[in-house]
Design a protein around this ligand. Structure first.
Ligand code: SF4
Length: 254
């Protein structure tokens, strides 16, 4: 096994050992309740678990409050965001236990994220907004290298790239076509947009939203009439709506 694999497998085993050690410690403390030190440790563990539970619960309540009040509350926003990131894998796992498909859970996650971003009432200039489109949106037979430069698209209309390019130009926004998450992250790091409209499938979108941290990302799902990752499309009205929702118009506050 090479070093790369050994690190991950080692971490998996270490995680399991930590869970086992905690279980053994709790068992030991429970069976030696008479010793003062055991009582102190048991109480400390219980208090720590209770604090963690309260923080997580308050994070979830923060998200619900923000959604119900239909406006963002900066003091609650960060906590809600952190708890959301922390519990995301657990929510996926729990959903699977209840027989809810991964796709449905991710769609719900993206919908909640979009709603929360919408409540921020961003008023960005077009050039502060980046539209990230997946490479599979390009017609598979198109010979032009649009990932290098979007201007290489000749606008023939065989795929949605031409319309996206025009939309980006009309709003003075930036459009980049990326081949995957790594390139998407690099583009975001290089450009440093204040807002992102990301087009992708459920999996890539949720990972992308997760990765972007504090940068607001509005996700638009792509359509896959020919199956995944091949000649996909996008509802252009949805992209335009997302773009308009975070764009500063004349007369709006900066
Ligand atoms: S619209 Fe642009 S990217 Fe799409 S097939 Fe035509 S030239 Fe290629």
């Amino acid at each position: 096994m090479n070093t790369k694999k050994r690190i991950y497998i080692g971490l998996l085993a270490a995680s399991l050992m930590i869970i086992l050690l905690i279980a053994i410690l709790v068992y030991y403390l429970m069976s030696n309740k008479d010793i003062i030190l055991s009582q102190v440790l048991l109480i400390s563990l219980t208090v720590m678990a209770a604090i963690l539970f309260i923080i997580l619960l308050f994070g979830i309540i923060s998200i619900v409050i923000i959604i119900i009040r239909a406006r963002t509350i900066p003091s609650l926003e960060t906590l809600g965001q952190r708890v959301n990131e922390l519990l995301f894998p657990l929510a996926l796992f729990t959903g699977r236990l209840f027989g809810i498909s991964r796709e449905k859970i991710l769609q719900s996650y993206i919908a909640v994220n979009n709603h929360l971003v919408g409540l921020k009432e961003l008023r960005l200039q077009g050039n502060q907004i980046l539209i990230l489109a997946p490479h599979c949106l390009q017609d598979a037979e198109c010979p032009h290298k649009i990932t290098m430069d979007i201007n290489n698209c000749k606008g023939c209309g065989k795929c949605d790239i031409a319309s996206l390019k025009k939309m980006a130009q009309d709003h003075n926004a930036l459009l980049r076509v990326v081949t995957g998450g790594t390139l998407a992250r690099k583009v975001v790091t290089d450009i440093r947009p204040r807002g992102v409209i990301a087009i992708a499938c459920e999996r890539d979108l949720s990972l992308g939203i997760h990765d972007m941290g504090s940068i607001p990302v509005l996700g638009v799902l792509n359509c896959r009439p020919h199956g995944p990752c091949f000649n996909t499309g996008v509802n252009l009205e949805e992209v335009e709506k997302a773009l308009m929702s975070i764009t500063k118009e004349d007369g709006k506050d900066a």
